[in-house]
Ligand binder design. Structure first.
Ligand code: S3P
Length: 442
C-alpha cells in the first residue's frame, strides 16, 4: 500500500448511476498472463493488464527470477526465461496482499531447483498455505512455513520433480493452478481432478501458450492433464474486464433508483458469472449487449437498470462461480424485499479476511438485519428502503479490498453514509474504483 497511515472515508448516499464505464482488466487473467509470458521464450504483449498492487507483486517476482516485464505505452511487454529457466531470486518475494501470486508462484517454483522466501502483509500472513504445500510436497518441493502453515515461508523446488495425480479436497482454482504450473516443468503427465469446477483461466491460457493440456469429464469430475517439459510460445493477449470488479457497479446500479448504467467489456466466463445469474433471480435487470470473445474469453457490455430486488436462497453449487462476489451480494440482499439465505461458504472464512464475519459485522454496523451462521449469512432485507448507515462507528475492512468496496456501495444506499476505516486496500485490485464510482453517480 502506498501510504503508511490508514485512509478512512465516508461514502455518502448518491444519485443514480448513469452513462458508461469500463472496469479494469481481470485480476486472475492478468496474473496468469505475466507468469506464462515470463516462461515463454520471446516477447509476450499484453493489453488491458490490471495494474493493481496484486498483479504488480507478480510482475516484481517474475523480474526477480529473470524475466523482463515492462510497460510501453498501453501495452505490457514480457520477455520470458523459458520453462525451467527461472533464476534464484536475490531477495524474499514480497507478495503484499496477494494470495493468487503466492499460491501460483509456489507452484511454479516447486519444479525449479531454486530456493525462495515468500512474505506478505498481515492479511496474507494469516491465510492457509497448507492446501498448496501438501500437493507440491508430493511433487518433491520442500517447505518451511510459519507455524500454522502460513507466510513467511521458505521453499526449495524439486531438482527432479515427480508428476502427480491429485484430487482437489477444496474447490480452489489457486490450488489447481499451482499444480498445473508445477506440471509445466515436470517430466511426464501431471493430473488434477476437480470434483467441483472452478475458474478455468489457467487451462485456457496454458493451451493458448501452446502447452499440451487435456480436459475430460467423468462421473461429474473434471480431469485436467498437462504434459510437462512444455515449450511455451509467446502470445499477444487482450485481458477482458474483471467481472469481480464489475460486480460492485452491477449491485450499485441495481440498488440506486433511477440508475441506468452500461459496464463495458465484462468477462463472462461461465466459471465466473454466478453473480449475474443470482442477481437476475433476485429480479435485477441486467442485459448483455454485443456478446463477443476477447482473449479467448466470453465478454459482453452489461446494461444494468435499477430494479426492486427480492431475497432468495442462493444455491451453494453456484459459490465457486461467484466466490469473490459474496461481499457485494450481501449488500444487495440487505436492500432486497424479504430474506436471503446463503450457505456452503466456508471458503469465505479464509479469503483476504473472514468475509462472513467481516460482512456480518459491517452490515450490522450500517443498520442491516443479518445473522451469521457457520457457513453463510442470513439477511432480512429492507425492501428497498435505505439502510441507516454507520453512526459513530467505522467499518473495519481488515485489509480486505472487497469489504471496502462492498461497504462503499452500501454507503450509496444509506441515509447517513457508511464510513470505512481504510480505503488503501482497494488498490490491490481496483485502483480507479472511487473515481469511477464518483463519475457514474455524478
Ligand atoms: C483466484 C481464485 C479464487 C479467488 C481469488 C482468485 C484465482 O481463490 O478467490 O480471488 O485467480 O485463481 P481460490 O482458488 O482460493 O478459491
Amino acid at each position: 500500500m502506498n501510504t503508511q497511515q490508514p485512509s478512512p472515508r465516508l461514502f455518502q448516499p448518491a444519485g443514480p448511476l448513469r452513462g458508461r464505464l469500463r472496469v479494469p482488466g481481470d485480476k486472475s487473467i492478468s496474473h496468469r498472463s505475466v507468469m506464462l509470458g515470463a516462461l515463454a521464450v520471446g516477447e509476450t504483449r499484453v493489453t488491458g493488464l490490471l495494474e493493481g498492487e496484486d498483479v504488480m507483486a507478480t510482475a516484481a517476482a517474475m523480474r526477480a527470477m529473470g524475466a523482463t516485464v515492462e510497460k510501453s505505452g498501453d501495452e505490457w511487454r514480457i520477455h520470458g526465461v523459458g520453462v525451467g529457466g527461472l533464476l534464484q531470486p536475490a531477495a524474499a518475494l514480497e507478495m503484499g496482499n496477494s494470495g493468487t501470486s503466492t499460491r501460483l508462484l509456489m507452484g511454479l517454483l516447486a519444479s525449479h531447483a531454486i530456493t525462495a522466501a515468500f512474505t506478505g502483509d498481515a492479511s496474507l500472513s494469516k491465510r492457509p498455505m497448507g492446501r498448496v504445500i501438501e500437493p507440491l510436497s508430493r511433487i518433491g518441493a520442500q517447505f518451511t512455513p510459519s507455524p500454522g502453515g502460513t507466510l513467511p515461508l521458505m521453499m526449495t523446488g524439486a531438482r527432479v520433480p515427480v508428476p502427480i495425480e491429485y484430487r482437489l479436497p477444496v474447490a480452489s482454482a489457486q490450488v489447481k493452478s499451482a499444480i498445473l504450473l508445477a506440471g509445466l516443468n515436470t517430466a511426464g503427465m501431471t493430473t488434477v481432478i476437480e470434483p467441483v469446477p472452478t475458474r478455468d483461466h489457467s487451462e485456457r491460457m496454458l493451451r493458448g501458450f501452446g502447452a499440451e493440456l487435456a480436459v475430460e469429464e467423468a462421473d461429474g469430475d473434471r480431469i485436467i492433464t498437462i504434459r510437462g517439459e512444455a515449450e511455451l510460445q509467446p502470445q499477444t493477449i487482450e485481458v477482458p474486464g474483471d467481472p469481480s470488479s464489475a460486480a460492485f457497479f452491477m449491485v450499485a446500479a441495481s440498488l440506486v433508483p433511477g440508475s441506468d448504467l452500461v459496464i463495458e467489456n465484462v468477462g463472462l466466463n461461465p466459471t465466473r458469472a454466478g453473480l449475474v445469474e443470482v442477481l437476475r433471480l433476485m429480479g435485477a435487470s441486467i442485459e448483455e449487449m454485443d456478446a463477443r470473445e476477447v482473449g479467448g474469453e466470453p465478454v459482453a457490455d452489461l446494461r444494468v437498470r435499477h430494479a426492486a430486488l427480492g431475497g432468495i436462497e442462493v444455491n451453494p453449487a453456484l459459490a465457486p462461480s461467484m466466490i469473490d462476489e459474496f461481499p457485494v451480494l450481501f449488500v444487495a440482499a440487505a436492500l432486497a424485499e424479504g430474506r436471503t439465505v446463503t450457505r456452503g461458504l466456508d471458503e469465505l472464512r479464509v479469503k483476504e479476511s473472514d468475509r462472513l464475519a467481516a460482512m456480518a459485522a459491517a452490515l450490522a454496523a450500517a443498520g442491516a438485519r443479518v445473522e451469521e451462521t457457520e457457513d453463510g449469512l442470513v439477511i432480512e432485507g429492507t425492501g428497498g428502503e435505505a439502510l441507516r448507515g454507520t453512526a459513530d462507528e467505522q467499518i473495519t475492512t481488515h485489509l480486505d479490498h472487497r469489504i471496502a468496496m462492498a461497504m462503499a456501495v452500501a454507503g450509496l444506499v444509506s441515509r447517513n453514509g457508511v464510513e470505512i476505516d481504510d480505503t488503501r486496500p482497494i488498490a490491490t485490485s481496483f485502483p480507479a474504483f472511487e473515481a469511477l464510482l464518483e463519475r457514474a453517480s455524478a
